[in-house]
Design a protein around this ligand. Sequence first.
Ligand code: SF4
Length: 114
Amino acid sequence: MSNESISRRQFLRGSCATALALGGLSVTGAAHADAEKLTEDDPTATALGYKHDATAVDVTQYAKRAGEAGKKQFCDNCALFDKTAPEGAEWAGCSLFQNRKVAAKGWCNAWVAG
Ligand code: SF4
């Protein structure tokens, strides 16, 4: 076996390893895209009473959302909701949650008029 054939074999092995590594990155990227939505069971979300559906918030525990003024509080009118999101977007980033997506009609106790 010549040195040339060995180096070709090494090159091909390296190429295959690179392709597999890039494929792995692609899968990781897709998983990350799926993980961009905030989940209600995220520890910080739970601590702040975040709900995808603001009407499901327990107002006895989170009095801020009680009453007529409270009923008007939603993520999409919170100062921390991504204001560059397309009009009517059902999900958009929240700066409090490192721009993970929150539901436009969601709510958490950090809501602030925006
Ligand atoms: Fe929604 Fe505002 Fe809480 Fe973010 S900080 S989850 S936009 S209410």
